[in-house]
Unconditional design. Structure first.
Ligand code: DGJ
Length: 744
């Protein structure tokens, strides 16, 4: 009888469809979730609060982000009832599974093929260091063992929170992370105006405003590298309004510190509340996490202000200068860059004469751009040489050392360009290491700007890239500055090194880049690094942890630059915005603008020049010297002052902004006419901001013999200057004026 039964069971197993057999493995043993005490956890800065509720069942909900609320425990009484949590919208870090049906911050696929994760509070702790309080909240899935730690660094004075998440596979089997956002926010307002940035080569950071409806809005980059040339991983969100307001109203500004593929999503639910997720893009990146391993996400940085976009920008800038940008408090030198003045066509002599001129005009550094390297494959155009980083013996027989010494002898610092992540097929490197190139088996390796991308997920390539930087630094004692370029996106991706684990590629490329940069900073803490990627292809707070400044765009036309700088500066402080005066007609747009206008625009960032000085007339050189000289008077304000935007170039014919010292004693005001305005004969009135109303400021226009403003040279109270009485005459398109203010 027993035998018969066993036979029948075996037969049943044999005839049951595979699916049904698998289903038999599912059990319905409900895991017991430990009850916890209902409590509020508040992450606070001087003026803001991020408030969470721990429910008795251990679910962690987000209740509030915005103004500081007094005792956050007040929220205990106000918290929603259980019925309101039916779909679990508003979870602090929503995981795919359980009752949650929205966009997940965390989506895990387990070894048994299941996708459910339910996270419950396990505890939290608060630690403090100078200026920053860290709150870490532990969550766990009691079925799979998945563990999540939400970490919030709250910078008190700056009112900025930098949030990241640590995801640990506490189960016994490997899993795949399908979504792994850095953090989530859940916001309640009547209206949401999203301001974000799109772009293209030579037109980065173009502003777009969008009133959010109920469909999900996603801002994403899948470019692999050069990730921010299209979209930037940052935004401003105006609450309760359909209008972008500079000086008033509640605004949240956010930015992801990551230089690879990113994704920001904004989902307005049926209760009209807004769920925001920011993190690495999950595109082709189902990240494998072995048992016991932890994945640490990049930081999502955000701030809230009731003083409009201006207040939000100032919070972010103050935080970035102090805590995020490499050497953020430091003033970086003015410079002459060889690119638009010489391109690939130079000899030692050309460069020496440029250095002579740079020194004579009062600049502080000379930067040798592309074209200095490659011998078997000389870099005389963009089609050869990338990868072979020895100085070209024909163009520069005396070597780089000779150039650097010459610069130093002239009192100039010396900088040099590299593009270490790339190789031209026409290079010794590409021949020697074909397996170092990003490629997909059996497919064409597509070129972009005649070059291939090196596979930075491969540690051997990381060593090589570090070596390029290291050897370049050894080319001469005292190389002061490296311009790090990166001129294409990843296409048809694949890593020979990662073999069957291609899902790791995009994440590990970026981590590989950061590994290299970390090593560089350990060895070369003082060298100034400019982060360039065909212009603004790597404008993000991840890269800025290692870099001192960014090249915001290859478009050096002053008019285009106004739009690019205006928007860049909404999120990133002026100290990182390299801005160069170039020749006219402009090489990118063909636009012709006066030299003074070009200087006045470039002086609102880190001033540089990028032209052949020999082509300037005597008067132009005199003006250049004057503008450069006066820049040093207020440069510290550009680098560390608070920005106040007085007129947006998107709103009319003028652009104006000012930087005010932290003690409000000094300020510099930049004003520009970008379109002819016939009614401007009586002057254009601007309300100066950020000044102390009770102080008296002497106003001095710079770089002119006849001032554009009737009050030039006189002293006025801060309140008078804020009243609209400041009205310089900017009569024509490209009229511009810079005013320096100092309290008596
Ligand atoms: C792109 C950069 O953005 C330019 O400034 C210049 O360095 C070129 N690359 C050189 O190839």
């Amino acid at each position: 009888m027993r035998k018969t039964l066993l036979l029948a069971a075996a037969l049943l197993v044999a005839i049951l469809p595979a699916e049904a057999r698998k289903a038999k493995k599912f059990t319905h043993n409900t895991v017991q979730i430990p009850q916890v005490s209902r409590q509020v956890i508040a992450v606070e800065t001087d003026n803001t609060a991020l408030v969470f509720l721990v429910r008795e069942n251990g679910q962690l909900m987000m209740l509030h982000y915005g103004a500081r609320v007094g005792d956050p425990a007040q929220y205990l009484a106000a918290a929603l009832s259980d019925a309101d949590y039916n779909t679990l919208a508003g979870m602090a870090y929503p995981a795919s599974g359980g009752r949650y049906i929205g966009e997940p911050a965390l989506h895990v696929k387990y070894a048994d093929g299941t996708h459910n994760t339910e996270l419950y509070y396990t505890g939290h702790q608060v630690t403090a260091r100078e200026g920053c309080t860290t709150t870490s909240i532990g969550l766990q899935d009691y079925v799979t063992g998945m563990e999540v730690k939400l970490v919030y660094d709250a910078y008190g004075k700056e009112n900025v929170i930098a949030a990241h998440t640590e995801i640990r596979n506490g189960g016994g089997q490997p899993v795949a992370l399908l979504n792994y956002a850095s953090a989530a926010l859940y916001i309640d307002a009547d209206e949401y105006l999203l301001t974000h940035f799109h772009g293209a080569w030579a037109a980065e950071m173009q502003l777009e405003h969008e009133v959010l409806g109920h469909d999900m809005k996603v801002i994403e980059s899948r470019r692999g590298v050069q990730a921010t040339q299209g979209n930037n991983p940052s935004f401003l969100l105006s609450l309760g309004t359909r209008e972008f307001r500079e000086n008033e109203g509640e605004v949240i500004a956010g930015a992801l510190a990551w230089s690879g593929n990113f994704r920001l999503s904004f989902d307005r639910d049926d209760a009209h509340r807004l769920s925001i997720l920011a993190g690495i893009s999950p595109f082709a990146s189902a990240y494998p996490l072995k048992a016991g391993d932890t994945f640490v996400t990049p930081e999502f940085i955000y701030t809230w202000s009731a003083e409009g976009a201006g207040g939000a920008s100032r919070n972010l800038h103050r935080w970035a200068r102090k805590y995020s940008i490499y050497d953020g408090g430091q003033v970086n030198p003015t410079l002459l860059n060889s690119w638009e003045g010489a391109y690939f066509n130079f000899t030692t002599e050309t460069l020496l004469r440029m250095m002579d001129d740079a020194a004579l005009m009062g600049l502080e550094m000379f930067v040798l751009d592309d074209g200095w390297f490659g011998n078997d494959y000389p870099r005389n155009g963009d089609n050869a040489g990338l990868g072979d980083w020895e100085p070209n013996r024909t163009k520069l027989p005396e070597g780089i050392d000779y150039l650097a010494q010459y610069a130093h002898g002239k009192g100039l610092k010396f900088g040099i360009w590299i593009e270490p992540e790339m190789a031209n097929p026409a290079s010794n490197l590409a021949h020697a290491h074909p397996d170092w190139v990003v490629q997909s088996p059996g497919r064409e390796i597509y070129q972009g700007r005649n070059q291939w991308v090196l596979d930075l997920s491969n540690p051997a390539v990381q060593d090589f890239v570090f070596g390029i930087f290291d050897r370049t630094m050894q080319l001469a004692p005292g190389i002061d500055y490296i311009k790090w370029d990166c001129n294409r996106v990843v296409q048809s991706f694949g890593s020979p090194y990662l073999e069957s684990e291609q899902d790791r590629f995009y994440v590990e490329y970026c981590q590989g880049l950061y590994n290299v940069m970390r090593r560089i900073r350990e060895k070369y803490p003082r060298v100034i690094v400019q982060c360039c990627s065909s212009g603004g292809g790597r404008v993000d707070y991840g890269a800025l942890r290692y870099c001192n400044e960014i090249w915001t765009s290859d478009n050096t036309d002053a008019l285009s630059r106004i739009y690019i700088q205006y928007a860049t500066n909404l999120i990133y402080p002026a100290c990182v915005m390299a801005s160069h005066v170039s020749a006219v007609p402009n090489h990118q747009t063909g636009n012709v603008t006066p030299l003074k206008f070009r200087f006045d625009v470039a002086c609102a960032g880190r001033l540089g020049m990028e032209l052949q000085p020999r082509n300037l007339s005597t008067q132009e050189r005199a003006l250049a010297e004057r503008c450069i000289g006066s820049y040093y008077k207020y440069r510290d304000l550009v680098f560390s002052g608070d920005v106040y935007r007085l007129a947006s170039p998107y709103d009319g014919s003028y652009y104006a902004l000012m930087y005010v010292s932290q003690d409000k004693r000094r300020a510099v005001v930049f004003t520009y006419c970008i379109h002819f305005e016939p009614r401007n004969v009586g002057g254009k009135s601007f309300k100066l901001s950020g000044l102390d109303p009770s102080r008296t400021y002497r106003v001095q226009e710079l770089n002119v013999d006849r001032s554009a403003w009737w009050g030039n040279g006189q002293a006025f109270s801060g309140s008078f200057l804020a009243s609209g009485a400041f009205n310089p005459v900017l009569p024509q398109q490209y009229s511009s004026a810079i005013f320096y203010l100092e309290a008596d």
